[in-house]
Design a protein around this ligand. Sequence first.
Ligand code: KG4
Ligand code: ZN
Length: 331
Amino acid sequence: MLVIGIETSCDETAAAVFDGRKVLSDIVSSQTDIHNKYGGIVPELASRRHIEMILPVVDKALGSSGVALSEIEGVSVTQGPGLIGALLVGVSFSKALSYAKKLPLVGVNHIEGHITAILLEEEVTFPYLGLIVSGGHTSLYVVNGIGSYRHLGSTRDDAAGEALDKGGKLLGLGYPAGAIIDRLASEADPKGMKFPRAVVHGSPYDFSFSGLKTFLVNLVHREGKGFAERNLKEIAAGYLEAVVDMLVEKTVKAARENNLATIVIAGGVAANSRLRRKMKESALEYGIKVLYPSIPLCTDNASMIAHLGHRYLEMGKRSGFDMNGIPDWPI
Ligand code: KG4
Ligand code: ZN
């Protein structure tokens, strides 16, 4: 079955064509240059840009896949979670495409897309532990199979990517800052500057990152002008190390306590080199395997949406034309 996947949940307009075995094309148009000067995503600007880009992006995805629109057999779209105005562009476009070409349509969950994207690149046996770490989410799930998930824990406040982006904004690094912090941190000693690790009471698998951010705000204000510029690499390395340590500790603990032999890291922050390395090293001590998708499959993309939708369409799942965007949709 040839499926086109459409993704517009946040600040990337993306389309991909998937044939059930291979991704034939994957086009992503990023809006970071539009939002960068505001230090974060402006929802109204995101929606407008999606409207402008959806047709050219789909056209390009079809063109580079070598598949004609008339050959497409199904449409998969991100239905949520995300910014409602942004989601509605993809959802409305997909409904129109499905109606005009009489194609089966399915709305899928963005987080579920991230957490199952690994199946495009690796043979993974269920169950596995999925850690989703992005700008909007930090959660742990036991993945028993497609559509079967058990939630173990989430962040109580900021997502890990949000902590990196907000920290980066404070350091004048622009938006989004995760990849810049990754690069700066690789040039300094992660133990050079000490940042706190949060202790979360109650649930053993919940995270918290807002205290770390507050610590950085206080540090920069206390030390005064020029401190951040002079110590940028050391701050980046210490700050990132705290985020990574908190993620690694809870994730490896969750895998051990739930007898899971494989950890899969997904979402934009899974692109982080320090997180990948430390998670692997720490899990290895307990014989646990760590897998992560290639970088383009970690950050927002439509391949994961086409892949997940393909699985659901083959299972007979369909969405109607009454489908709506769901801004808050836990899996
Ligand atoms: O999954 P994603 O593309 O969008 C959301 O669904 O949120 O994730 C974006 C997040 C941003 O917070 C960005 O700073 C972070 O992923 N990110 C990284 C890296 N690349 C992207 N964080 C750390 N290291 C990276 N290399
Ligand atoms: Zn995402």
